[in-house]
Design a protein around this ligand. Structure first.
Ligand code: ZN
Length: 191
């Protein structure tokens, strides 16, 4: 089932997600709905907050973007990032590796808004998967960027928080418009 995506200005996006301690049938249902929603919007990552749930749960599939490479290491050995997709991460913990690099980002909660964000080039990730198993891997390139963007969502942090001052100033009129439209829609919905 495709779910509505919550936009910038909705307070749910600022909520830190609760730990997911058990992969219940409800969580499985939510995961399936999140993949369906992400694919419908041609996204490569979606966090639970974006579909209205303050949980430590994100889904990722970088395969639709072919022109921005990713790297993956499993147990210290290089692996094929595509064969590791789709990816479900519960309670992810991300440790930066390497220097920050700038790269373009967008977000399904910010339609038509894009900007450069500096993030560490690679990350070490530990998380639980949809089967309740512990997973750990090192990601680089697009996958590293995506994991960091989504893990930020789970902690109530948005990509605009990580943008440089100039980038954010350039986007400010669009951000203000989006925030106002979201707040107006929420107010109308509550009446
Ligand atoms: Zn996002």
């Amino acid at each position: 089932m495709k779910l509505p995506v919550h936009k910038y200005g909705d307070p749910i996006l600022r909520k830190k997600g609760a730990l997911v301690t058990e992969v219940t049938p409800e969580i499985h249902k939510l995961i399936a709905a999140m993949f369906e929603t992400m694919e419908a919007h041609h996204g490569v990552g979606l966090a639970a907050q974006q579909v209205g749930h303050a949980l430590q749960l994100t889904v990722i599939d970088i395969r639709p973007i072919e022109d921005r490479p990713s790297t993956l290491h499993l147990n210290g050995k290089p692996a094929d990032p595509n064969s590791f997709m789709p990816l479900v991460l519960l309670n992810p913990v991300v440790l930066p590796v390497g220097e920050p690099v700038a790269g373009p980002e967008g977000c399904l909660s910010f339609p038509k808004i894009y900007g450069d964000v500096e993030r560490p080039e690679s990350v070490d990730v530990t998380a639980t998967n949809e089967k309740g198993e512990k997973v750990s891997f090192r990601a680089g390139g697009l996958l590293a960027r995506c994991v960091q963007h989504e893990t930020d969502h789970l902690n109530g942090i948005l990509f605009i928080d990580r943008m440089g001052r100039e980038t954010k100033e350039e986007l400010k009129p669009d951000l203000d418009d989006l925030q106002a439209a979201t707040k107006a829609a929420l107010k109308k919905g509550k009446k």
